[in-house]
Design a protein around this ligand. Structure first.
Ligand code: FES
Length: 111
């Protein structure tokens, strides 16, 4: 089993915000957003909002959800489930781990 890809340090991601990891690094069809919740848990979702083309890494992260910066749809950080219009499709979640302050991503693996 893979140890994952080290993609960032926890300190690279401000609390309540996100950063996008380029698909050239993740090997996925979309960039992947690393999203640091207000309790410091890090989650990973496909970066492109399922409504249009906004980057979820540019959104607001709070109490288990990320809010799209363009039209304010919310997605569950844990499952990617969409919580409000205008988006109607869930975001794709990926497994992520933080070990010794470093963030490891498992692209394509379920959390
Ligand atoms: S682009 Fe995200 S809600 Fe419209």
């Amino acid at each position: 089993m893979s140890d994952g890809i080290r993609v960032a340090s926890l300190d690279d991601i401000p609390q309540g915000e996100g950063i996008a990891i380029d698909k050239a690094i993740t090997g996925t069809e979309d960039d992947i957003a690393l999203l640091r919740d207000t309790d410091d848990t890090v989650y990973a979702l496909n970066d492109t909002c399922t409504h249009e083309t906004a980057s979820l890494a540019q959104g607001w992260v709070e109490e288990g959800f990320v809010e799209c910066p363009l039209h304010s749809s919310k997605f569950c950080l844990r499952s990617g489930e969409v919580q409000g219009l205008p988006a109607t499709r869930n975001a794709c979640p990926h497994r992520v781990e933080v070990r010794d302050g470093e963030v490891y991503l498992f692209p394509g693996e379920a959390p």
